[in-house]
Write a protein that binds this ligand. Sequence first.
Ligand SMILES: Cc1cc2nc3c(=O)[nH]c(=O)nc-3n(C[C@H](O)[C@H](O)[C@H](O)COP(=O)(O)O)c2cc1C
Length: 216
Amino acid sequence: MTLFRLDASILPPTSASRALGDLVESEWLAEHPDSSVVRRDLAAEPIPATAWAAAVTAGFTPDADRTDEQREAVALATRLADELIDADALLLTVPLYNYGVSQHVKTWFDLVYTDPRTGPQGAALQGKPAVLVTVLGGNYAEGTPKAGWDHSTDWLRRVFSDVWGLGLRVVQRPFTLVGINPEMDAFTDAAADLKAEAEELARHSGRSIAESAVRA
Ligand SMILES: Cc1cc2nc3c(=O)[nH]c(=O)nc-3n(C[C@H](O)[C@H](O)[C@H](O)COP(=O)(O)O)c2cc1C
């Protein structure tokens, strides 16, 4: 068994998304102690921003005419797609940055999407068990002053669930900046409840993908 884990927090030592991911991973390993975990850290090793255009244009260029940059981009896309295809389950931890999908996650997705197996016509990831962990410093739920300002989570759901067809569980923890930003102290109790809920859901989701992978 293999779990593929992608992390995207740019602040690993204090990362709430990684902490939730650790809970998912622990449950996975409890069920599959001999499993390997293939890790990709987009903060420590960002995907070059130029790779996507090089891989796309390589598709319009005869093999013999491709530049070294195009060849390297296609090879990287193949490697990234292989990581997903070869895994029995996926764990993706992705914080909200600047109200949208962070550029390093978007760069990774875009490049993987150039591979025919994981692109518009590909179905290689269909039904694969997956957990998306996402964390938000604030809270953009219905009824809050900035409801709708989280432009990351819905896009991530769209591409992972609807485009790739993953069997996706989503764990979201809002209000991670409570306790860090004093202006948010009024939300201390609500944030503690949301943290506990997210932790429980993370454990449950870890067990769930572990069981799904056995049945697959
Ligand atoms: C550069 C930067 C931009 C951020 N932008 C937002 C934002 O737009 N909305 C929000 O709710 N939180 C924002 N945050 C807060 C992070 O989402 C929050 O700290 C989260 O816990 C980070 O993930 P991590 O704990 O896994 O590192 C931002 C944090 C940083 C460092």
